[in-house]
Structure formats: C-alpha cells, structure tokens
Write a protein that binds this ligand. Structure first.
Ligand code: NAP
Length: 273
C-alpha cells in the first residue's frame, strides 16, 4: 500500500519536529515546512523532506503545497502546527505586531487548509489536524492576541467539520497543554519586548518570574505526548473532534467549564503572584 503523505507546518522545532520524526519512524512520507530550513536536518536525515515555508507569505504556501502535489500526487494529512505566542499588554502592542500574530496563527492555518482542500476533496479523503492549545479554551494574563487566535482555530475547525466531513475530509483539533518546546522562549521574548518597560511592567515581571522559576509541577510535558495525539488523529478510524494532551491539558479546560468567570480569573491571577 502506498505510504500516506503528511505535510507539517512549523517542523523546525518542538511539536512539529517531534511529529515529523515520529511519523517518519511509523512509515509515513513526511514533508516538514518552516522558515529555518537548516533546523530540519534531523528530518531529512531520517528520510523526510524539508521545505522552505513561511505561512505569512502566500507565494511560499502555494509553492510548498504545489511541490508536494507535483512529487507525490496527493496530500493525505495536513498538520497546521506553525504558530507562536504573542504576549504583552493589549495597550502596548501595535496593530502591526498583532497583525503578524493573526497572519501566522490564523491566516496561515486557513490558507494552508484552503490550498490542500481541492486535492483532498477530489480524492475523497484527507485529514486536517489543527493545533490549537489549552489557550483555545482558557485565558492567561497578557495573552489576549494569542488566545484570540486559538479561540479562532477552535471555532474555524468546528465550523469546517460541518462543511467537509461529508466529502471524506476530517477536521481534527489537537489542544496541547504546557509543552516543553521553543514556545516559552518566544513568548518570553515577545512579552519583554512589548511590555517589559511599559505601564504593565510589574505584571510582566511576575509572569517572567513564574516562567523562569517554575515549581516542578509546572514543568511542561515532552512534545512526544502531542505527537502521539496527532498520530491518533491521523490513525483513529473515526477521529475525535478534539484530542487534549500534555500538562494541564485536561484540568484547566475542565476548571474553565465549571468555574464562574471571576473565580477562574482569580485562579489565574493567583498563579502568577
Ligand atoms: N509549547 C506549548 O506549551 C504549546 C501549548 C499549546 C499550543 N502550542 C502550539 O503548538 C504549536 C507549535 O509550537 P511549539 O510549542 O512546538 O513551539 P516552537 O518550538 O517555538 O515551534 C514553533 C514552530 O512554528 C514555526 N513557525 C513560526 N512562525 C512561522 C511562519 N511564519 N511560517 C512557518 N513556520 C513558522 C517555527 O518555525 P520557524 O521559526 O523555523 O519558521 C517552529 O517550527 C503552535 O501552534 C503553538 O501555539 C504550544
């Protein structure tokens, strides 16, 4: 049987890289895309393919999808994983900086989805795995733009399920909890650059302190737990609509559901004191 062809965005680090390596080991044909092509050498060494891909640039996304279709003739699975956490106070963040977050986490995911759909529809099968976050259900201080994008991902994916499932295409959400990847470094750089010296600097200092001196119970899970969840989304005969995994991946969304808004706010504020 022909190997399934998987395209993963954001494969140069963290969850995307781990998923690419695990799927290669499981026998899939894997294409990883990211801006840092050199950081995907482990993927090529393991028999995968590395593509230059910037999900904020339309021509780059078109070129990546066209390349895979020309070589393989099909894409069976798209893993929309590329993303980062724009953290900082809304008052401090310029619309230009916010637009980059939206371009990456929302328009990048939506355009990649749009580009693979015609092929999946014609072949009558396909899976699109969208990486959301616990941040698609719960909210943390200074993360309004990031959480907004992940709330979007959840609404977009659920709505699309009603549109494409009858054509053989499954839309699957994977919502990681806290995972030990490059995500925290990028978040730390963003929050410091945006709000480290502004009127919310006191809150930023508390958040950085909480992030840099985490109690052992706050250490993130290994990205393998998310790679395993993604694989279940690909291989389960009828995939779940959402797979949750990783530190706090179940607990926080559950608390968000049962606690009143202000009780949840209090808990989040207390966590960074
Ligand atoms: N780590 C966590 O605790 C956590 C929790 C919940 C959800 N998530 C989500 O998981 C996903 C992966 O994050 P991670 O934790 O693995 O972080 P990471 O280690 O920082 O990896 C992020 C990946 O996204 C890629 N990326 C960023 N901007 C891009 C762009 N414009 N075009 C193409 N690729 C781009 C990066 O590649 P280049 O820089 O080379 O382009 C990198 O490969 C994200 O969507 C994140 O929101 C993470």
């Amino acid at each position: 049987m022909k190997k399934k062809v998987v395209l993963i965005t954001g494969a140069s680090s963290g969850i995307g890289k781990q998923t690419a390596l695990d799927l290669l080991a499981a026998g899939y044909t894997v294409y990883g895309g990211a801006r840092r092509v050199n950081a995907m050498s482990e993927i090529t060494a393991a028999g995968g393919h590395a593509l230059s891909l910037d999900v904020t640039v339309d021509a780059s996304m078109q070129a990546a999808v066209t390349h895979v279709l020309e070589i393989e003739g099909r894409i069976d699975v798209l893993v929309n994983n590329a993303g980062y956490g724009l953290y900082g106070a809304v008052e401090d963040i310029s619309m230009e900086v916010a637009r980059k977050q939206v371009d990456t986490n929302i328009f990048g995911l939506a355009r990649m989805t749009q580009l693979v759909l015609p092929g999946m529809r014609e072949q009558g099968s396909g899976r699109i795995i969208n990486i959301s976050s616990i941040g698609g259900t719960v909210h943390t201080p200074m993360g309004a733009w990031y959480h907004g994008t992940k709330f979007f991902v959840e609404g977009f994916t659920s709505t699309m399920r009603l549109e494409v499932e009858d054509r053989g295409i499954y839309m699957v959400l994977v919502a990681p909890g806290i995972i030990d990847t490059g995500f925290g470094d990028v978040l730390g750089e963003e929050i410091t650059r945006n709000s480290g010296n502004g009127p919310y600097a006191d809150l930023v200092a508390k958040m950085i302190n909480a992030a840099q001196n985490p109690s052992p119970s706050l250490k993130g899970s290994h990205p393998k737990v998310i790679s395993d969840a993604i694989r279940r989304g690909i291989e389960d005969a009828k995939p779940r609509t959402i797979y949750r995994a990783g530190k706090f991946g179940y607990l926080l969304p559950l608390m968000r559901r049962i606690l009143p808004h202000r009780a949840f706010d209090w808990m989040m504020k207390t966590a960074i004191r």
